[in-house]
Write a protein that binds this ligand. Structure first.
Ligand SMILES: [Zn+2]
Length: 650
């Protein structure tokens, strides 16, 4: 549902789905079923729930429901009456579907897949899964049911593609447990043991607890999210540790190091996480010691490599021994490897296969594996694309026309900054954030000091008082004098060569102002100074910084006269364009329009909100309506096109 994003460097914490599609189809959505409590499955609920009909039920396993409750309560969205705790092998009705959860194993407790039966066929969705032959919590993978389903003619099968490129099979959490016990026991009498892991992996926590018990150590948590998951599990009777038995953080310095095992967050080098802070000696709770043993019981998520390696370098320099190589066997994936994927594809033997959960290239590889496993119809679709699948009553009938693309909704990603800020890439100014990070920022405050004759003449002209001819003459005389202004310039995120850049920018702005007439409009001043600063920054170091000009009239009376002045200027510009000479022609005629980069164009910034201006509703669907789907199904499923322009059958 959500993806923890690599946009964190631009201040974003989450990428969220475009829920306008759900809002548009809310009356057709019978239920939302959550297969497990990982953040990428429940993290977007605060945005999904408001898009749904208020009565739409939400189903989840008990542990996931605890996490969902906490999250929705944070957003004041929890409504217990619509929330239902599901049990594996306990079917419930969702509109025309009978839904039955089935147990799968994964890297968090209480995970399920889903069997959806209807008069039009059966759909099986695995959720996230692996086959753990020996799970530490005893909740085994329901292999038997998958084989049973293979005998029941499954119309559509959807399965987790995350590790399709990894050959063989995943190892069991029990194997990791043995390796943890061996390593912790091996540090006996040598000092503290520190482990780092994904906070949601309570199976791993159970193994760490066993290792601590075996070595006579007590467990201490350093990292808030560890407590969040443990408490949710405790409320469900699934906690491997009673939260009351944890050593308080304040007590660790007084304890015998040989009796302590510290569990930390921060395996991905997250800036504010406990281990990362400790690696910078910036944690008041955890000071690393020479005698510590650090067990890295996680994997480096692609994209975090540099951060993690740098963190581990810092820790190594501080002295602790580190165990993190693959040979140590301190981690196993929660997603099935290729041989497990193939086993279940061959067990279910579906008519159609749609790989889900993974990069696009992984989906394609998984579809390929499906074809090699004897599945005739495989499809790969992108977010927003809609696939229609028709049940073949006779399994032996070979038809390539039983799956078809029905349409595509144009969806856009939404981004969340970790607080209230949520919007599209444009609304969250991602391009501008990127631009500033590479090119820098120049801010110039231009205080325009008018000739008193200009001010009084403009004021008199605009009010119609006094002798018009003498006012015009006074203005023309003043306009022939050069514009005076005070300029202050500052830069951010730029190489200044010891301050030389500021001198260059200043000189450039002064030169640009010197060419302006004394009655130049404030907007013209901002534009001309902005252009000159951009040119100067480009010449100085080939940079294109974000340039912000804040123009200001030093004399407040000029503010009142500004409207009249700009009117006068535009009529003169028109005359100039018609071929009459004027005193602003030389500077006005060659200027490009403002580029939305200075203060005078602030009114062009779109209002804050979920949608850009002009897009108040969800994006329209192309080609598809529910009636069209029904009609197409009724007319003749087999006549449906085998592939449209958009469909892919790799
Ligand atoms: Zn998961």
């Amino acid at each position: 549902m959500t993806i923890l994003c690599s946009f964190s460097d631009l201040g974003m914490q989450k990428i969220l789905p475009d829920t306008s599609f759900l809002a548009q189809w809310r009356d057709k959505i019978e239920a939302v079923v959550i297969t497990h409590g990982h953040e990428d499955h429940i993290g977007a609920l605060p945005w999904v729930v408001p898009a749904l009909d208020p009565s739409t039920p939400i189903y989840a396993g008990g542990f996931a429901m605890q996490l969902i409750k906490r999250r929705l309560q944070e957003f004041n969205l929890w409504d217990g009456s619509r929330m239902h705790t599901l049990q594996v092998r306990a079917p419930f009705q969702c509109g025309p579907f009978e839904a039955e959860p089935l147990r799968v194993t994964h890297s968090i407790p209480d995970c399920c897949g889903l069997v959806l039966k209807s008069e039009h066929g059966t759909i099986v969705h695995t959720g996230d899964w692996k086959i753990d032959e020996n799970p530490v919590d005893g909740d085994g993978f329901d292999r038997e049911y998958f084989y049973e389903l293979g005998k029941e003619n499954v119309t559509l099968f959807m399965s987790d593609s995350t590790n399709v490129l990894s050959p063989g099979r995943t190892t069991s959490e029990s194997d990791v447990e043995q390796n943890l016990v061996r390593r912790v026991m091996g540090h006996h009498g040598k000092g503290r043991v520190i482990t780092t892991q994904f906070a949601s992996n309570l199976h791993r926590l159970a193994s760490v607890k066993k290792a601590a018990d075996a070595a006579g150590r007590k467990v201490c948590f350093i990292g808030m999210s560890l407590n969040t998951y443990l408490e949710a599990a405790y409320r469900e009777g699934r906690a491997p540790i009673n939260p009351k038995d944890l050593v308080p953080q304040s007590a660790i310095d007084d304890m015998d190091p040989n009796e302590l095992l510290i569990v930390t967050t921060g395996s991905q080098g997250e800036p504010r996480a406990a281990l990362n802070l400790a690696s910078r000696d910036a944690s008041h709770m955890l000071k690393l010691r020479n005698s510590d043993l650090l067990l890295y019981s996680a994997k480096i998520i692609p994209g975090n490599d540099t951060k993690v390696v740098q963190m581990m370098n810092r820790i190594a320099e501080m002295g602790p021994e580190i165990a993190m190589s693959r040979d140590e066997g301190l981690h196993t994936s929660g997603h099935a490897y290729k041989d497990e994927l193939e086993e279940i594809l061959r067990a279910v033997k579906p008519q159609h296969f749609l790989p889900v959960h993974g990069e696009y290239s992984f989906l394609c590889a998984h579809a390929q594996l499906g074809r090699e496993s004897g599945i005739l119809n495989t499809s790969v679709i992108r977010n927003g694309q809609m696939l229609g699948v028709y049940d073949r009553r006779n399994k032996n009938t070979v038809s390539i026309g039983s799956a078809a693309m029905l349409g595509e909704a144009k969806l856009v990603n939404f981004y969340n900054d970790g607080n209230k800020g949520t919007g599209t890439a444009a609304e969250m100014s991602l391009q501008q954030r990127q631009h500033i990070s590479t090119e820098g920022v120049v801010v110039a405050a231009v205080d325009v000091i008018r000739d008193p004759a200009v001010i009084s003449a403009v004021a008199a002209l605009s009010s119609g008082k006094g002798d018009s001819a003498s006012n015009t003459s006074a203005l023309q005389e003043a306009a022939r004098r050069k514009l005076k202004a005070k300029i202050r310039i500052t830069t951010r995120a730029m190489w200044t060569d010891g301050g030389k850049l500021l001198e260059v920018l200043h000189a450039s702005a002064e030169a640009a102002l010197a060419k302006l007439p004394g009655d130049a409009a404030l907007s013209a001043v901002e534009r001309v100074v902005g252009d000159s600063l951009r040119r100067a920054a480009k010449q100085f170091n080939n940079k294109r910084p974000e340039v912000i000009i804040i123009g200001h009239e030093a004399d407040p009376r000029m503010g009142a006269a500004a409207g009249a002045m700009s009117k006068r200027r535009s009529s003169r510009t028109e005359r100039n364009a018609q071929g009459k000479d004027g005193d602003i022609k030389s500077q006005g005629s060659r200027r490009s329009p403002p580029r939305n980069k200075n203060a005078s164009s602030q009114q062009n910034i779109p209002p804050r909100g979920r949608r850009p201006p002009g897009k108040s509703g969800p994006p329209p669907l192309e080609r598809l309506s529910p009636d069209m789907i029904d009609q197409r199904k009724k007319s003749n499923p087999r006549d449906a096109p085998s592939s449209g322009n958009d469909v892919e059958y790799p």
